[in-house]
Design a protein around this ligand. Sequence first.
Ligand SMILES: O=C(O)CCC(=O)C(=O)O
Ligand SMILES: [Fe+2]
Length: 335
Amino acid sequence: MSLVEKAASLNGVFDSIPIVNIGHASTPEERAASALQIRDACMNVGFFYVRNHGIPEEIIDRVLSAMKAYFSLPIETKMKLYHREGANYRGYAPVLDSNIDSENKGDLFEGFVIGWEEQVFEEDDGKEADANTTIIPNLWPSEPAGFREAFVNYYHAAVGVRNVLFRLFALALDLPETYFDDKNENPPTMRGHHYPPQTGCEDDYAFGINAHSDFECFTILWQEPGIQALQVLNSDKQWINAPPIPGTLVINIGDLLARWTNDVFRSTVHRVINKSGVRRYSIAMFVGIDPRVRVEPIPSCISSERPPKYGPIFAGEHVRKRLNETYHRNATLGD
Ligand SMILES: O=C(O)CCC(=O)C(=O)O
Ligand SMILES: [Fe+2]
C-alpha cells in the first residue's frame, strides 16, 4: 500500500501511544522494520515512545537534579536570566509567561531554554558562554553547580537521538535514508520544564501547558517517571493519557513535518495537566530543519486523491510566525 493509501485508511482514533524500539538499527532490515512502525504511529497517532534511545541514565539523572535545584531558587534569582531579555528566548521563563491558547489564563509551568553549544566541563560552569563556539549564546545561572554541564550533556545526547530519528523518518516516508542529513545543520532548541502541582479544577482554564501542537518537525520529550500529566487528543476528541514509561522518550510530530508530508503524518494536539499533587519535571527538544529549506509536500505524500494541501514555505518563516503568535499572546500575570 502506498503512503497516501495507508494514510487514507487510518482515522486518528487511538486509545494508547505505540512504542517503537529504535535500538536495533545496525542493519538496513532492522532500520526498515523500525521505520515501518514509526510510519504507522505518525499516520494514526502523531506520537510514539522510543525504547533503547541510547541516552545514559546518568545523564538524565544529572539534568533532573540540576532542574530541581535551579527551579527551587528564589524567583528574583531566576528572573536575572529572563528569556525575553536575551536573544531568541533563551534563559528563564516564569510561570504564566506563555499562553499557548488565548482563551485561557496562561501556562502553569516555568522553563529554562537553551540551544546548541560545545560540551563543557564542570569547571566552566557559570562562565559566559563563548560567543565563538555558540551560534546564539546561551544564558547560564551561576548556581546550582553543574547546571550548565548537565544541560549541555543531555542536549548532546538528545541530538544523537534526533539524528537516528531523522534517518528513520526518511525511510518511513519512502525517501533516501540520508534525505534530511544536509538539511538539519540548524541546532534544536531545548526547554526544561517544572510544573508545580495544580489544585484548581480544569474549568479554571489553567493548565500546565494548554492544548497545542508543536511548531517544528518533531519533539523529543523526556518526562519524569511515575507522574501522569501529558495527554494527547485523538480524532474522537478524547484525551488519551501518555504516561511516562521507564526507559523511553516520547516523540511527537510537529506542524512543519505534518505540512511537509501533506498531513500524511499528524501533528497531534496535546496538553499537560499536573494533578499528581507533586512537582513534575520534563525536557522537550524541539527539532527543526534549516531555516532556508523550502518546505512543500514531498512527492510520496501526494496523489490525485490527495493533492498538495499547502504551498511552499521557508522553514524559518514558518517557525518565526508560530513563535510570534505564542509569545505576543502571553498571559497577564495575576489575571
Ligand atoms: O512537558 C510535557 O510533557 C510536554 C511539553 C510540551 O508539550 C511542549 O513543551 O511543547
Ligand atoms: Fe508540546
